[in-house]
Design a protein around this ligand. Structure first.
Ligand code: ATP
Length: 887
């Protein structure tokens, strides 16, 4: 094995026959073919067959198999065939659902795979991490994920968190010089970086030495078990509920079994019936319906630019009551364009800079040198603030490539959003010159002189006031202002934080970053949905307030608070003012945690956005941590539970709407399952208690279970997202899905269906045989449950929801009705399903009795809709009236 840590840079590069200009595209392609993609072998996926076999490990399936054996023993071959068919179809459905859910989660994962910055043919390009090959020159910056192993060539204060490999949670400082040893532990190979580490500070160029399975991570990958996602809180609580319910149902089944024996039915038949009842009544689909609906939901959310990383975030989204959002890029477009420049005591427009003025020329050069971005042929790479500066240079025919070649960077202190400054060291006119750019308020306190056309001048209080006034003027127009200063050093050295003072002021460059068009309406939606939008930004208070006012976040009585003011506030003070503070400006990432915690102490569920490397703790602390897909660092994406692929605030609001809808869909599916099962149990209990003949044969119960527990329940889960939900308040996170209203609905609706099933049953009894009664009860219950699917689509009547808005529910219904009628009408199937042929009038009455519960429920819903919309109208009128009176 080659130990690159003990090799010098020249030899290392030679090993791959490459220079610091990187590989040629041709060579990179060839290497990719010979070495393979830079990916880890996926944990072996379960084969379809093993997923299918797994379905048989379910307790209910085992019960069914026992039932099949019992029927065989009782000589009831037809029943055995039906039960086996039920088991097989159920298992196929289970397999399909499992694979679909897996596929949708896997496709979400592939959407979040990172990019890498490499130098190819001398130019910095961004490529998918899987295309990185050994020999590539990788550029690492704070916030990046290291995507391959490599030897550090150039190191600018690089700090890397290698906890995923070494377990060490502290970031380690890296070096670029040779480690002259034969053997060095991984954690001490300080001139190397390893795949899966996160860059927390600084910058480096790295020669890729190993990719894919050859990396240190690849070597241990076989030992790593992919972290399985724990079940979501809802799944956990439903699992617990299902277990309790199953116990209660088994109790009922034992009672039914006892009564059946008491009435003289033989043991095996009684047992068979009790088993079938258990299978039909136990809502085994509850937890899996949550997974399916969540998986379907996350798929449609991904199409709307929100990638869910943790399934439980979908549930949480429905409870969000505060959204703390960054300004730049999330509420604004992040398309920065330089507007005004203050240089040599003059404020000019971006197109009016006089390059003959040496200070103006120096300012422009500085803005390109103290800058990591490039903009070549419209291909912009880097921070938009910096890209705007590069583009300004282009407007004056200054190329960043030439400029940086002429004054190469000798040392640097990278930008970080805590310090709000960035410094670089260059040789300019033979002098070691440190250029610093950053937030005016931070920089101005460190300025001691000012550059004028007549030479350096002492920086006075008047100068300071004047520049601050210019800053205020620019900021109040919503412009972001960057200040520039420089300092000559006696020697070339590695600059550090202590050097960032004693500056000479150069000028200001301000840029516009217009709000996104959708931000305003998204903020209005938030307010309507009783969600508080809060802007948290590193930008200046006046700039932030101007934008916040424009989009409606900062309203009349609201406050804008600066990081420094926040520091002075006690927790109690913050607690009492919290609801009024809509803008936090000049904050650093630590403030974000304090703000999240303060809201959480008020019992609120907080969504918080973040993009920087230091945002990770706040993203983890927030209930829903949201990272930016375009501008966000890999570190922030790693910490988040959701990623916005368009970095857009409006997408968060859309996701909250989706979160609320998905939760409602899950609740409705569960209501459908529970109320349907309830009607079956009530019918059986009724007949058992009143010593009537059993209303269903075992195969009937199995058929109902198969037909209604799958398709219609999933169709309800696929109900489209409705903006209506934004009228409600956020859901209480502690509220159980089985609220009083929910249980009431389940009981009433289950009872209604049960009653009509029994009416049908009694008609059958009085008209003819036990067999006729059984057929009528079975078909009524089955059809009624299919109709009931429409009732469970939402709280409102089907007319308010849109009769044809959910195609899937119609498909589930029509398929179901066809199958029931097939069983009722086709002679071959009649025998198999213990059906007594029905006369036309009986067939019609069965359909009618099945429809009546739905008719009653819908009439009730229509009346409730009318009353509620009237109430809403009156409320709006009263509201308007009181607004007019107040005005
Ligand atoms: P948000 O937190 O809303 O995304 P932001 O981008 O304004 O906002 P930061 O990136 O932390 O927040 O920037 C804070 C301040 O630091 C800016 O207002 C600006 O003055 C300064 N700044 C931003 N980018 C740079 C940079 N690349 N170099 C130097 N200073 C910068």
């Amino acid at each position: 094995m080659k130990n690159f840590f003990s090799k010098n840079i020249k030899d290392s590069l030679k090993e791959f026959d490459v220079t610091t200009n990187g590989l040629t595209n041709k060579k990179a392609r060839e290497l990719l073919e010979s070495v393979g993609e830079n990916v880890l072998n996926e944990r072996k996926k379960k084969s379809t067959l093993s997923v299918f076999i797994d379905q048989f490990k379910d307790l209910l399936v085992i019960i069914l198999i026992i039932a099949a054996v019992i029927s065989m023993a009782t000589g009831n071959i037809e029943s055995t065939i039906v039960i086996l068919a039920v088991i097989t179809i159920n298992s196929i459905l289970g397999t399909v659902q499992y694979i679909k859910a897996e596929q949708s989660l896997a496709s979400l994962k592939s959407l979040t795979s990172p990019n890498a910055k490499v130098i190819r043919e001398g130019i910095k390009v961004e490529i998918p991490s899987k295309s990185v090959v050994p020999g590539d020159i990788l550029i690492l910056e704070a916030g990046d994920l290291v995507v391959a192993d490599g030897r550090i060539l150039e190191n600018f204060s690089l700090k890397v968190n290698e906890s995923s490999l070494t377990g060490e949670s502290e970031s380690v400082d890296k070096i670029s010089y040779v480690i002259d040893k034969d053997e060095v532990a991984l954690g001490d190979q300080k001139n190397m970086v390893f795949s899966s580490s996160l860059v927390t500070y600084g910058r480096a160029t790295v020669l890729v030495t190993n990719t894919g399975m050859n990396t240190e991570l690849g070597k241990i990958a076989t030992l790593m078990e992919e972290t399985q996602e724990k079940s979501t809180p809802l799944q956990a609580s439903l699992d617990a509920f299902s277990k309790k319910l199953a116990l209660a149902i088994i109790g009922i089944c034992i009672l039914v079994f006892g009564l059946s024996l008491y009435r003289g039915t033989n043991v095996l038949d009684s047992l068979m019936f009790a088993v079938a009842l258990a299978v039909a009544a136990i809502p085994e689909a509850l937890s899996s319906i949550v997974t399916i609906v969540l998986a379907i939901g996350t798929q449609s959310m991904a199409k709307e630019n929100a990638i869910i990383k943790k399934l439980k975030a979908v549930e949480g989204l429905g409870c969000v009551s505060v959204i703390c959002s960054d300004k730049t890029g999330t509420l604004t477009q992040n398309k920065m364009t330089v507007k005004k420049i203050f240089v040599d005591n003059k404020l000019v427009n971006a197109n009016e800079i006089d390059l003959k003025n040496p200070i103006a020329h120096f300012l422009l050069t500085s803005s390109i040198l103290c800058n990591d971005s490039t903009s070549i042929d419209g291909n912009e790479i880097g921070d938009p603030t910096e890209v705007a500066l590069v583009n300004l240079g282009h407007d004056y025919s200054i190329s960043e490539i030439d400029c940086r070649k002429n004054h190469s960077r000798l040392s640097e202190i990278p930008f970080d959003s805590d310090r709000k400054l960035m410094s670089t060291l260059h040789k300019i006119d033979g002098k070691s010159t440190m250029i610093t750019k950053g937030a005016l308020d931070v920089l101005l306190d460190r300025v001691t002189s000012i550059k004028t056309i007549h030479g350096l001048k002492r920086f006075t209080n008047e100068d300071k006031t004047h520049i601050n006034n210019i800053n205020k003027k620019l900021s109040s127009q919503g412009l972001r202002v960057l200040a520039f200063a420089y300092k000559e050093l006696n020697e070339n050295k590695n600059i550090d934080l202590e050097d960032e003072n004693g500056f000479t002021f150069l000028g200001l460059i301000s840029m516009i970053d217009p709000p996104r068009e959708e931000s305003k309406s998204a903020v209005t939606d938030c307010l309507k949905a009783s969600i508080k939008p809060v802007m948290i930004t590193g930008d200046h208070k006046i700039t932030a307030s101007a934008i916040a006012k424009e989009i409606g976040i900062l309203q009349e009585d609201d406050l804008a608070v600066e990081g420094l003011e926040l520091d002075k506030m006690s927790d109690n003070e913050l607690f009492s003012k919290l609801e009024h503070i809509s803008v936090y400006a000049r904050v650093s990432p630590e403030h974000k945690i304090r703000i999240v915690k303060a809201w959480q102490n008020k019992g609120k569920i907080v969504a918080m956005t973040g993009d920087g490397v230091n945002d990770a703790p706040a993203l983890k602390q927030a209930d829903i941590g949201i990272a930016m897909g375009i501008t966000g660092t890999e570190v922030s994406k790693d910490a988040a539970s959701m990623i916005l692929t368009d970095d857009n605030f409006a997408t968060i609001v859309k996701s909250v709407t989706n979160g609320r809808n998905i939760y409602a869909n899950i609740k409705n599916s569960i209501k459908f399952l529970l109320s349907g099962n309830m009607s079956g149990i009530l019918a059986v209990l009724y007949s058992s208690l009143f010593a009537l003949p059993v209303p269903f044969a075992a195969v009937h119960l199995l058929f109902i279970n198969l037909l209604t527990d799958s398709l219609p329940a999933i169709a309800i889960g696929m109900e489209k997202s409705k903006k209506d939900v934004l009228r409600d308040k956020p859901r209480d996170a502690n509220e159980s899905i089985l609220s009083q209203d929910f249980i009431k609905d389940v009981c009433i609706q289950g009872l209604l269906i049960g009653i009509f099933t029994m009416i049908s049953y009694h008609i059958g009894l009085t008209k003819g045989s036990d067999g006729l009664a059984m057929t009528m009860a079975f078909s009524t219950l089955c059809l009624a449950r299919l109709f009931h699917g429409f009732n469970c689509r939402g709280r409102k009547s089907i007319f308010s929801l849109g009769v044809f808005n959910n195609t899937f529910s119609w498909i589930a219904f029509i398929v179901g009705v066809i199958l029931v009628n097939a069983v009722l009408l086709i002679p071959g199937l009649q025998g198999l399903f213990e059906i007594t042929p029905l006369a036309t009038s009986e067939l019609l009455s069965v359909h009618l009795f099945a429809f009546l519960p739905t008719l009653i429920i819908q009439i009730f819903k229509v009346i409730r809709d009318i009353v509620e919309s009237k109430k809403e109208k009156i409320e709006i009128e009263n509201d308007n009236e009181s607004k007019v009176q107040a005005a």
